[in-house]
Write a protein that binds this ligand. Sequence first.
Ligand code: R5P
Length: 297
Amino acid sequence: MVVIGGSASQKLAAEIATYLDDKLALIETKKFPDGERYIRINEKINSDEQVIVVQSTGYPQDENILELLFILDTLEDMNIKEIILISPYLGYSRQERRFKDTECISAKTISKLIESRNIKSLITVNLHEDSIRNFYEKPVYNLSAMPAIVKYLKTHQSNIIKNKPVILAPDKGALNFAKDIAIDLDTEYDYLEKVRLSPEKVETKTKNIDVTNKDVIIIDDIISTGGTIVNAIKILHKQKAKDITVICVHPVFVNDAILKIYAAGAKDIISTNTLKSDVSSISLAELIAEKIKLIIN
Ligand code: R5P
């Protein structure tokens, strides 16, 4: 097998190649002065070799998607028969339906672009909506990063987990992440709920657990502007929580999101490496490599 890393995911591609004990292909990517992209695969690959292409399609989404298509089409021109695509963060996954009339269902458009290429299957991580898999006819494996997050906490953050922190979802949508982590760490979990106190007054607070004097780990799938997490931290401070650690799967981090979260009082921010960021400490290489092994056997 040969592993190819697009420019959005080269370190992760290298780590996956190491886990699989496979060759990491050399690829040249650049942008011309007018902004157009160029790629070249600088490697002889036999047409009967399996190729793993790793490319997340986060910011700049359009460029990373186009680069991915360039790579896939070049491999097709090289007569490669079997390609598995790893796109740990699949851009445009937050527009999987029409929220208003006549909106473009962007996730569906992206699926058409990818599906029409010569890929055997797609591996991704914590899709914002699992139903996006239905846009594809080819197999889409939507991995959960939670086991890798738990493993990282047990191995590298024993100081955080020794105090039995409450695992908190900032909304009900993220409750399953909190539950998965809490069960594994044998600790409590909860979510923030909006309660209407009167026609004029809404209060957001933890649904079941009093976090007073307790450490808290907030877990979410995506942090984008950081607004959701900053709001959660403010509420937890009002409830007199102690140390607050923030964990996410996809570190989108628009503009100063990291700074805003630290400034709000987070003790630490930790994310996986589905996207590159200053806090992408949890590698999903092993999780992804194990799935590749299962698929190809
Ligand atoms: C929402 O459904 C997601 O799970 C995240 O909570 C949301 O995308 C975070 O966005 P932001 O960081 O901009 O508040």
